[in-house]
Design a protein. Structure first.
Length: 261
């Protein structure tokens, strides 16, 4: 399974964090302001069908290299100017070419930041807390135990961050709810085959409950897709490859939002 490869890729990082913790050298929690991620995605800006979480992603297992040579801080400013509500920042290095340092560099645009990585250990949450991230991603398939998910979510919240809990189907959703998740992200991409099924993602919204905020992720690449997500019951959409492909992410986002008017 590809998720097993992702987990294995984090082993060295967790070992390093464990060593740092034993020597009391873990970085201290971020003391600056964390913009409210939940508030930013709960309601779309005026004129938009959904809030957009625009992603900084330079490569991926499904596409290989998407865009290189773009400065994270410049992309963050472009996204803010184009109408993004939040920014998703890939920090995983081996498969996505990310860096945790991108979070601080992109925080200067003032939007809430989501750390998107393969997080399943408490030390990873502590590491995230040392950055300006407003939220982090937890994947049910990576941590299929509601109690563990709850511990990680509550730890994140204790540091002033939100936890986005990602699901793929109704079974995942049950675990997410058992963990107390309030922000549900439905991924249209099967992480084993890397194929996407946007309609299956949209169909999941029929299970949404009052008080939950839902994000549609993957396979969203046009204004019509944003409208369909809103009609299905999603409050937000995460867009990455569709924006980064071609090297002009701000222009791409502005054009897609223009299609929704």
């Amino acid at each position: 399974m590809l998720l097993d490869r992702f987990r294995e890729a984090k082993a060295e990082e967790i070992s390093l964090l464990t060593d740092m913790a034993s020597r009391r050298e873990l970085p201290r929690p971020w003391k600056g302001r964390r913009p409210d991620f939940l508030k930013a995605i709960a309601e779309p800006p005026d004129g938009q069908p959904v809030a957009v979480i625009a992603e900084f992603k330079q490569s991926s297992p499904s596409r290989g290299v998407i865009a290189t040579g773009l400065k994270p801080e410049e992309v963050a400013e472009q996204y803010a100017a184009a109408g993004a509500s939040c920014i998703s920042v890939l920090t995983e290095e081996q498969f996505f070419g990310g860096r945790i340092g991108y979070l601080e560099r992109m925080s200067r645009a003032g939007l809430p930041l989501l750390r998107k990585d393969f997080i399943f250990h408490q030390l990873q949450v502590m590491e995230t807390a040392s950055t300006p991230a407003s939220a982090l991603l937890l994947i049910v398939r990576l941590t299929p135990d509601a109690r563990t998910l709850r511990v990680l979510r509550e730890q994140a919240e204790a540091y002033g961050m939100h936890a986005v809990v990602e699901v793929f189907d109704a079974a995942d959703l049950e675990i997410a709810r058992d963990s107390g998740a309030r922000i549900i992200q439905v991924n249209a991409r099967d992480l084993d085959t890397l194929k996407t099924d946007r309609q299956a993602c949209l169909d999941m919204a029929k299970f949404r409950r009052e008080g939950e905020v839902w994000i549609a992720a993957s396979a969203m690449s046009a204004g019509a897709h944003l409208r369909e997500a809103a009609e299905a019951g999603f409050q937000a959409v995460l867009m990455g490859t569709a924006l980064m492909d071609g090297g002009r992410p701000g222009e791409k986002l502005a054009a897609i939002l223009e299609e929704t008017i």
